[in-house]
Design a protein around this ligand. Structure first.
Ligand SMILES: Nc1ncnc2c1ncn2[C@@H]1O[C@H](COP(=O)(O)OP(=O)(O)OP(=O)(O)O)[C@@H](O)[C@H]1O
Length: 266
């Protein structure tokens, strides 16, 4: 479904900034495939290049070199025809649930946006669909009249998820979707994402620094470090015992909650 082939990227600039950027590649020859129904975790510490790769997969950032093919269409061809063809099948949920929405709009309006862009629906049908989507993500249809400031962070992230699934996409890029939530809501949102993946048949590219989250939700994990995929596993639960130094850094950044368990974590 998604093929990322030898993608490299550096951020440009002008004058002295350009030469500084050229000194370090943000992405260096990254390749991976993602098959339908799979959740692939892109795991790495801050600055590893995960979000840049996410933007490239979403068609938002042209890479300096390499190819991205989604459903047989190459995204970065001349005229960006490929991106236009796959736009509705590729959606995203970002970390900051508040900045992802217009604070003046109601939840119905926010969730209805992709439907208004891609489908011709009567106002009554649009209202019915947004109500259904709200219920699908564990909110009530009546919540559609609320504005972002009337939701908690976890509830607003559900609104963002409802908008992302509105067009029944094939792939959702989840860029740190639970990082700004408390632990209870992190678990609830991971449960919701797992349920939706199975019920709608979604695929996810799950971008995170959180090793416990990838062990909970991902089928496969690619570990990124300094712009490269340095480790890959089809068995996320085996990550704590992986010997690669980049994985161990992520493992040691997570402590079990009870001090008595901390020495036996790995
Ligand atoms: N628009 C930009 N212009 C210049 N440099 C950028 C830009 N976006 C990201 N970078 C740089 O690219 C590198 C990789 O950033 P990126 O956001 O892709 O990493 P990340 O792994 O997602 O990190 P984080 O988890 O902190 O978001 C960083 O050094 C960052 O400073």
């Amino acid at each position: 479904m998604l093929q990322v082939h030898q993608v490299s990227h550096s951020y440009g600039g002008s004058g002295w900034r350009k030469s500084k950027a050229a000194a370090g590649k943000v992405l260096d020859n990254v390749s991976f495939d993602l098959e339908p129904g799979c959740c692939l975790g892109l795991l790495g510490t801050s600055g590893a290049g995960k979000s840049t790769l996410g933007k490239i997969v979403l068609g938002l950032q042209k890479p300096a070199s390499g190819q991205v093919t989604f459903e047989g269409f190459e995204l970065y061809t001349k005229g960006r025809q490929g991106i236009r063809k796959v736009r509705r099948d590729l959606q995203a949920v970002f970390q900051d649930c508040y900045s992802a929405v217009n604070p003046l709009m109601t939840a119905d309006h926010i969730i209805g946006e992709p439907l208004r862009n891609y489908e011709r629906l009567s106002p009554a049908e649009l209202k019915r669909r947004t109500g259904e989507l709200l219920e699908q993500v564990g909110l009530a249809a009546e919540d559609g009249s609320k504005r972002p400031s009337q939701f908690s962070g976890g509830q607003l992230q559900r609104v963002n998820i409802a908008r992302a699934i509105a067009l029944k996409p094939k792939l959702i890029v989840l860029d740190e979707p639970i990082s700004s939530l408390d632990m209870v809501h992190q678990t609830l949102i991971l449960d919701l994402l797992s349920e939706l993946k199975d019920s709608i048949g979604l695929s996810y590219l799950f971008i995170t620094h959180d090793i416990q989250a990838v062990m909970t939700i991902c089928d496969r994990v690619a570990v990124m470090d300094k712009g490269q995929i340095v480790y890959h596993t089809d068995s996320p639960s085996s990550l704590p015992s992986a010997e690669h130094e980049a994985v161990q850094r992520l493992v040691s950044a997570v402590l079990p909650q009870h001090p008595s368990l901390r020495t036996s974590w790995v």
